[in-house]
Ligand binder design. Sequence first.
Ligand SMILES: Nc1ncnc2c1ncn2[C@@H]1O[C@H](COP(=O)(O)OP(=O)(O)OP(=O)(O)O)[C@@H](O)[C@H]1O
Ligand SMILES: [Mg+2]
Length: 334
Amino acid sequence: MPSNEIIKLIEQIIDKKTNQSLKELEAIKRVSILTNKVVDVEIILPSLDYADEIKRGIAKIVKIDLEYPGLKINIKQDETLKELEKANNQTIKYLAIASGKGGVGKSTVAANIAYAFRRLGKRVGIIDVDIYGASIPFVLNMEINPLDLDDEGKIIPANFEDIEIISTEFFVPRDKPLMWRAPIASQMTKMFFDSVSWHEKIDLVIIDMPPGTGDIAIDVRELVPKSDMIIVTTPNIAASNIAVKAGLGSKELGHNVIGVIENMSFYYNECSKEKDYLFGKGGGKLVAQKVGADLLAEIPISKIDNKDVIFDMSTIQGKTYLQIARSYIEKNNL
Ligand SMILES: Nc1ncnc2c1ncn2[C@@H]1O[C@H](COP(=O)(O)OP(=O)(O)OP(=O)(O)O)[C@@H](O)[C@H]1O
Ligand SMILES: [Mg+2]
């Protein structure tokens, strides 16, 4: 039997992944009959999910129905589609900002770090995962509008000065306290990680975590995909002990604590030209030692105007955040 007759039979086989025949998929690249009556078949498929089944179908036709003594099958996946699949499955890189105690400056740090990455030319997003105390939209003083969905039903994040932002604040009526029970809060959190349509070239998503070591914080730390994490603490030793707990707990859950930021470290006294350590000293160092990570920065206390939470690039704080972002980009090849 000439090889084109064999092709006519083989091309009827259906690939269950696409529900199309090998003919429709134009999958058969070659069928040749070698001198020793071995049939040599080459197939290229969009996906190899049902490759074994297709192999069995070909073997039945060639060896049982047509009684050829030998068969060689080479099934490969289409290289272009393989690349595309890889690009679609590309996992998002997350950097979480966490703390033990509330009010230590997580959201301020998260927003400033996001700006630092943006200033260095990276595409970044922020997830405000602090379900019961959303703050990123307030920190940035941004207008709050409901979010749209894309064609696949994924949430399109808000865009603020080229930073993409997701927060519960976009899903609740304004000024109403959030009274969600834990399962709804978990569902919302899960959605932030599974169903957001980030820019296709997003480099990094910063997560503003809820404070604490309690139930909600643990829940969230379990729901957040394994991520890099920065622990924020104040210089006060008592407060730092709680930050240590948060750091060690996060490590236990598989997060990668990459460093510690000591916020509100000191006040630079313009008159005496000295640093005043108003809130104690050494907290950041202690946390870094105990969780086995670097102390990335000591950020001084400054007068923060509600409308001006993002430090200018020319300030010490602005430069420090840039340095943290730059070193992260280098280490992670971002
Ligand atoms: N370096 C700083 N100097 C002065 N004020 C600061 C500094 N960092 C943060 N703040 C102020 O401290 C307050 C708490 O900051 P922020 O909301 O970022 O903390 P948080 O840890 O996210 O709090 P929460 O636990 O409630 O989410 C804010 O008013 C913020 O402007
Ligand atoms: Mg906060």
